[in-house]
Write a protein that binds this ligand. Sequence first.
Ligand code: AKB
Length: 319
Amino acid sequence: MAGKKMKRILVTGAVGQIGSELTMALRKRYGAENVIATGRKTRPSDELRNSGPFYFIDVTRSETIEAVAKKHRIDTIFHLATILSAVGEKNPQLAWNVNINGLYNVLELAGKLDMVRVIVPSSIAVFGLETPRDNTPNETVLRPRTIYGVTKVAGELLGNYYFYRFGLDVRGLRYPGIISHKTMPGGGTTDYAVAIYYEAIKHRRYNCFVRADTRLPMMYMPDCIKAAIDLAEADLSQLKHHCDFNVGAMSFSAQELADSIRKYIPDFECTFEPDFRQKIADSWPCSVDDSPARKEWGWQPGYDLDAMTRDMLEALGKK
Ligand code: AKB
């Protein structure tokens, strides 16, 4: 069984770091009119607004998603609206409401409207201090210490539940930190790995909010988009996992990241002044084992640290 084809797609969180680029990639692939971008409050870029339909919705209010989904006869939702780890620690109630109730609303609606598929990103935040940190297995201890991680574990379980209980084709992958140059990330722990490039170009210096030896798994945006689309288009009969795929690309310390930038900007200076996000970073893996994703849907990243740094600096330099 290959699973039904996606035709009309709704993206929640389309104004965010991943959503803004994923929406454009989906529009190119599925036709601009067939990919409906939605956001809650932030004004969409001209590119997003002018290239296809855009609506303001609130995922915690089911009727707002339902109205758009019915109007455009949506059969697939890429559900990206989420509160990330650092903002979540500042407002755990908001994180619970958006990440849990928002997801519940999306899954219920997808079932009610007999949709083909729901794609929901998870995160390396599902892991915790008791998890092996190097080459973290796909199947391991999931005891996160952040509310974001708690909601992501619950989200994976909920998505799997809807698959096994109601036959709804829900798929998800555990993203590492995502690095990109179009839209800034909104309140995660791995945001330093994006900010460092902007500051290197603008000011030749950056004060990093984690220690130099902080090593985390990371991924460049083109790989992030490819992973979402490859998983969404994978043959259902090949999937043994559904909502909980590890996906790796690269792993480096904050120092190694600064060194990689220094190869291109020799006078770049990086200082390290850890804040509350250090504790979150210390509870996450250094690298992940993504062999189930490679085996079940052919996951293969394209970028390593130096290739990404070259591309980031070139793109931001032009900006
Ligand atoms: C965050 O730092 O909160 C996110 C993530 C790893 O899920 N980038």
